[in-house]
Design a protein around this ligand. Structure first.
Ligand SMILES: Cc1cc2nc3c(=O)[nH]c(=O)nc-3n(C[C@H](O)[C@H](O)[C@H](O)COP(=O)(O)O)c2cc1C
Length: 392
């Protein structure tokens, strides 16, 4: 049966991936309160059904940073996507190119920037984790420029890595290497298709952009440990100037959740931001992105685009986030599941499904252009809450 939804792709991904890889994608931090809250708050947002409004011509295109895209939707960065399918980042970037939506390459990708640039032949966005080694960061920014990346997303919600219990339970743990290796090998043995395509034909490096920094062939837990010790926990507002001096294109901060931080961001040299709690993988107990979005949009006051991710699983979710004031919407797990389930073809099909869902949701909500989507699209109980203090 052809998958019809993100949930279908999630089920297929669970069947195809070894348990430790599926848990890596699917899990949130600690008790996963924030991860669930992202979904629950979107589900709680009622949409207004409108009728007799001539919806024969629907236009989902939108402009962002000087480019016209087919949808107000972009692929969020997902680290190590090349472990979900062989050369996974190249496959996903090609699917995004076909759908005319932005693809964001994680700095923690398996395929290096240069390989994705050569494999797609069209510009993509690049996400940066700031590491302690400034010389290395400078080099990476230069490589992103040379690869033709057309926007830089600096992730700021990750001064340290969140704890994900499910990763530990699945075997990405601190157990002695022979114990860990035996557990992981046992899981891989049950997934021969993945073992063949990704495991055996896999890459010498798990982090292609950082191959020089990480020892070749490091096991997954060692890579995680390396990331943990290399992230620049000292990163502060003043460091944005350092990045700005080395990046002249659109510069976005990814991972803001608090209106006070957003006011600081508005005074810094940036061109946009992504409201995000890392899909509930960092501070467990933090607010859902849909809850804080209206307040953040107010604080930004139209100075630059506000993007958002967190729990987005359908075209109707995109409509909800746009109605809360987002300029565009992003998603991580949705495309990661599709990539794991069916490679680039899966991501391409998922983007078609999401596009269709958005068109249908817009038609039934009585809006025909992205610019017409606003708080008026929200109705009923949640709208009452939304008008009182701009929270749901
Ligand atoms: C498996 C996985 C890996 C991720 N890797 C990164 C990353 O390398 N850089 C980053 O900024 N965010 C990363 N994120 C967070 C996503 O970019 C995005 O914020 C999050 O997935 C949005 O929530 P959603 O998965 O519910 O759509 C990752 C998320 C997942 C699920």
């Amino acid at each position: 049966m052809q998958p019809r939804s993100v949930e279908d792709y999630r089920g297929l991904a669970a069947r195809r991936l070894p348990a430790f890889m599926f848990e890596y994608v699917d899990s949130g931090s600690c008790a996963e309160v924030t991860m669930r809250r992202n979904r629950d708050s979107l589900n709680a947002l009622a949409l207004r059904q409108r009728v007799l409004r001539d919806v024969s011509e629907i236009d989902t295109s939108t402009e962002l940073f000087g480019t016209r895209w087919a949808l107000p939707f972009a692929l969020s960065p997902v680290g190590m996507a090349g472990m979900l399918a062989r050369r996974g980042e190249v496959q996903a970037a090609r699917a995004a190119r076909e759908a005319a939506v932005p693809f964001t390459l994680s700095s923690a990708s398996v395929c290096p920037l240069e390989e994705v640039a050569a494999g797609t032949g069209s510009p993509f966005w690049f996400q940066l984790y700031m590491l302690n080694d400034r010389g290395y960061m400078q080099e990476l920014l230069q490589r992103a420029r040379t690869a033709g990346c057309c926007a830089l997303l600096v992730t700021v919600d990750t001064p340290v890595l969140g704890t994900r219990y499910r990763d530990f339970r699945a075997g990405i743990s601190n157990d002695p290497w022979p114990v860990r290796a035996a557990r992981l090998a046992g899981q891989v043995a049950t997934k021969p298709a993945w073992a063949w395509h990704v495991g055996l034909h896999g890459r010498p490096h798990m982090l292609g952009n950082m191959a020089a920094a990480v020892e070749a062939g490091s096991p997954l837990a060692a890579v995680a440990g390396w990331m943990q010790s290399s992230l620049a926990a000292s990163l502060g507002w003043k460091d944005l100037e350092w990045i700005r001096d080395r990046w002249s294109g659109p510069l976005l901060l990814k991972g803001l959740l608090d209106a006070e931080d957003v006011r600081m961001a508005a005074a810094s040299p940036i061109d946009g931001l992504v409201v995000s709690n890392h899909g509930g993988r960092q501070l467990d107990g933090a607010m859902a992105t849909a809850e804080v979005l209206p307040g953040i949009v107010d604080a930004v006051g139209g100075r630059f685009p506000v993007l958002v991710d967190g729990g987005v699983r359908s075209g109707a979710d995109i409509l909800r986030m746009l109605a809360l004031g987002a300029s565009a919407v992003m998603a991580g797990r949705a495309w990661a599941y599709a990539l794991a389930a069916a490679g680039g073809a899966g991501v391409e099909r998922l983007l078609q499904l999401i596009s269709q869902e958005l068109r249908i949701a817009m038609a039934l909500a009585g809006v025909t252009r992205i610019a017409d989507i606003g708080p008026d699209c929200l109705g009923g109980f949640s709208r009452t809450h939304e008008t009182q203090g701009r929270t749901i």
